[in-house]
Design a protein around this ligand. Structure first.
Ligand SMILES: Cc1ncc(COP(=O)(O)O)c(C=O)c1O
Length: 343
């Protein structure tokens, strides 16, 4: 049974409604990033229905395959591998792209499947992950205009994922400048102008997203109520939607530094070992809910918690509760050794 993640659906829906409402006040459509839900269809189905979600996005085509009959438009938000284009055309309506060779392969495959596939082009704004500068975007659009089975559906940007670049008036205006120049040059209008992810939340609330932005794609804000990079909750955010419970398998007083002889005076730290490890979680992203306990280390199968100052008398067999940052949660959700329970 343990380790176990308790998932509070009400809190996730509440965050979704809060963010979606703020977007709709500004005529911005909302795309829910589902990768945290690791292909668990009943959960996605429930959320899509209860929060009235029109677009779901995932970085893994395997997950979108699982969500095939979920009633929402589906976007693949990691540029497809050429080796997976058949599944991309089959299971997604649109994909984010930054390489012409991949788009050519998508077009060929869409011809084979007698389908249309939509392309959302990624603009590079300085985070230095995926994305093209304006000249390459123009070259890609030119060639897409000659392709029969792909449609340039939109343009997007992504910050704060690899580096701590944060959306601000400068880079958002630069994004809209790119959009405007391309629309003018090609005498067309992008249906989707997607400015980014949860790191756009502060600009959304301050009303500073430039006119022209008509979509946001969000994951972390929805699940953890958190604004990445600054690591602060947004207005009315619920931040404890995922609680990880791990069981104590050893509890002993040991010295606080390694390699010390265990005499009476050195036995100061009450160390609880829980059955959870780096196989399941990202150790630096794990935080005890009991504020008087601290994660002090771990190995692939153990996490060590200092419980010396806690008001609670822990015992072997008890569980310790943790909150996780986004990376840690993503690892834990994907670990087959961690059970999930929906509350
Ligand atoms: C392209 C893209 N869009 C949106 C997101 C969602 O980001 P966040 O979880 O910060 O909202 C991600 C990351 O998951 C992404 O890679």
């Amino acid at each position: 049974m343990y380790p176990l993640i308790d998932i509070k659906l009400d809190g996730i829906i509440s965050n979704l409604e809060e963010l979606k409402n703020e977007c709709s006040k500004q005529n911005i459509s909302f795309s829910l990033v589902t990768k945290m839900l690791v292909g668990y269809k009943p959960l996605v189905d429930y959320i899509v229905k209860h929060a009235d979600i029109g677009i779901i996005c995932d970085s893994r085509i395997k997950n979108l395959h699982v969500y095939s009959d979920v009633e929402a438009e589906k976007w693949l938000i990691r540029s497809p591998m050429i080796s997976e284009v058949a599944d991309v055309v089959r299971y997604s309506d649109a994909s984010i792209n930054s390489e012409l060779s991949v788009i050519r392969a998508l077009n060929m495959e869409a011809i084979n499947q007698n389908k249309k596939h939509r392309i959302i082009l990624m603009a590079e704004l300085g985070d230095l992950r995926d994305g093209c500068y304006i000249d390459e975007l123009a070259d890609i659009i030119s060639e897409c205009e000659t392709m029969t089975n792909v449609e340039v559906y939109g343009i997007c940007a992504n910050l704060s994922c690899v580096n701590d670049t944060f959306p601000d008036e400068d880079n958002m205006n630069e994004f809209i400048d790119i959009v405007t120049k391309l629309e003018k040059h090609f005498k067309m209008k992008f249906k989707i102008v997607s400015a980014g992810a949860s790191s756009c939340i502060p600009m959304l609330y301050s009303g500073k997203l430039p006119e022209g932005v008509n979509n946001l794609r969000m994951g972390e804000g929805v699940y953890l109520g958190n604004v990445p990079v600054i690591n602060e909750p947004f207005n009315n955010a619920v931040t404890d939607n995922f609680v990880l419970k791990a069981e104590i398998i050893e509890l002993k007083k040991k010295p606080s530094v390694p390699g010390v002889k265990p005499d009476e005076t050195s036995l100061k730290t009450n160390r609880a070992l829980v059955a959870l490890g780096k196989q399941d979680i990202f150790l630096p992203g794990l935080k005890c809910i009991d504020k008087k306990c601290t994660v002090i280390g771990g190995s692939s199968d153990h996490v060590i918690v200092d419980v010396t100052d806690s008001d609670r008398e822990y015992a072997v067999g008890d569980t310790i509760d943790f909150l996780m940052n986004y990376t840690c949660l993503l690892n834990a959700m994907n670990s087959k050794y961690v059970s999930k329970r929906i509350i």
